[in-house]
Design a protein around this ligand. Sequence first.
Ligand code: NAD
Length: 440
Amino acid sequence: MRLTVIGTGYLGATHAACMAELGHEVLGLDVDAGKAAALGAGRVPFHEPGLAALIARHTASGRLRFTTSYEEAGAFGQVHFVCVGTPQRTDGDAADLTHLEEAFARIARHARKGALLVGKSTVPVGTAARLADATAVEVAWNPEFLREGFAVEDTLRPDRLVFGVRTRRAERLLRGVYAGVLQAGTPLVVTGFATAELVKTAANAFLATKISFINAMAEVCEAAGGDVGKLSEALGHDDRIGGKHLRAGVGFGGGCLPKDIRAFAHRAAELGVDLGFLREVDAINMRRRDRVVALARELCRGRILGARVAMLGAAFKPDSDDIRDSPALNVAARLGLDGADVTVYDPEAMDNARKAFPLLGYAVSAGDALRGADLVLHLTEWPEFRDIDPAWAASLVACPRIVDGRGVLDADRWSGAGWWFRSLGRPAPRWEGEDAEIRW
Ligand code: NAD
């Protein structure tokens, strides 16, 4: 089939490449001419494992092309996937649908007779029906569940597909697009617009709630002297609960979960439904960042001014260079404003971090960041950081103090190598240097 993918960011570039991999002829469209040109030349302007190879292969074969022209896209595609951003509005919690509305209006103007416009962006319930009622071209909604860091795998082998459709024809077209995925046994849910939109926001709300639940338990553990690591291990053995997304830490960030739960609560309120618990989920999540800042202060015995802080991590999660609403950079910026001398290292997100936070210091490696540090913060769980030898790290720093904001480092190993080791929701072991004089 001939498909277009409108908006070729994290979601769209992956979708376009994977649709080519499934055997379709694909034209990607973005209003950012630089992005379209880079992708067209086989280069991916962001980090996503496996994506660069796929884009290079399919652009070289000619099966995947990129453009900035809606006219060309309209003439080309039988099915148009709309994958543009739906960020949080600057004046509140609602989703900003400006890009989405513009993309639908522009492609509808140029689409061929019989084309299908398929929304993949995450939207407030009711958006698909409104867009469908405003255009003569048929609309469907096919929400996307991919995870950055696993985007290619999640697109080619998703847990499930959801088609929100009004007609059998739209369902047939989508079944054709995903024939290869469906043949592999992927579950399919065919439903109306509202349910399709809600599956996505409900899934994100559930995941965010699970993360904030265990982080609230971390708060209780800290108050009561419990260990949230052991607590989540024991809870996770219960099949009804499950261990995934149940690790306490600095919480979630990124371009999806935070804005999606806010937009969902906002939209539900418009419909007269109170999802106030999602505001609490959001508040618990933001409190974790405060807690890391407080722990940093505690380890520096209140003297952040002049402390040299090594920040391990900048991306909001490992295997990504995405720094949107990154907890690590939020904490780094706050400590920087308080007078700390913060040096950041991340395996992939350095360029993005430097652009967004030019006043922070940047190292060329983890070792470079650690050298001479008075305090280390581990806030993105890259495997490279997990594998750091605590004895080697101790030989580099000025003072071996660390906050593990992701709860993945081995506390006994780090403490055994002489570190003052703190982790959210876990007991605070006494450290022999605790009362020594602060030197900076
Ligand atoms: P993004 O910002 O990386 O990409 C959006 C792209 O759309 C940009 O390249 C931008 O230039 C382009 N664009 C904006 N207006 C346009 C227009 N009128 N015409 C053509 N292109 C236009 O965003 P993203 O992370 O890819 O997210 C896109 C949507 O997918 C959002 O609704 C998001 O919630 C949803 N989503 C994202 C993920 C994820 O992991 N990133 C997962 C599932 C769903």
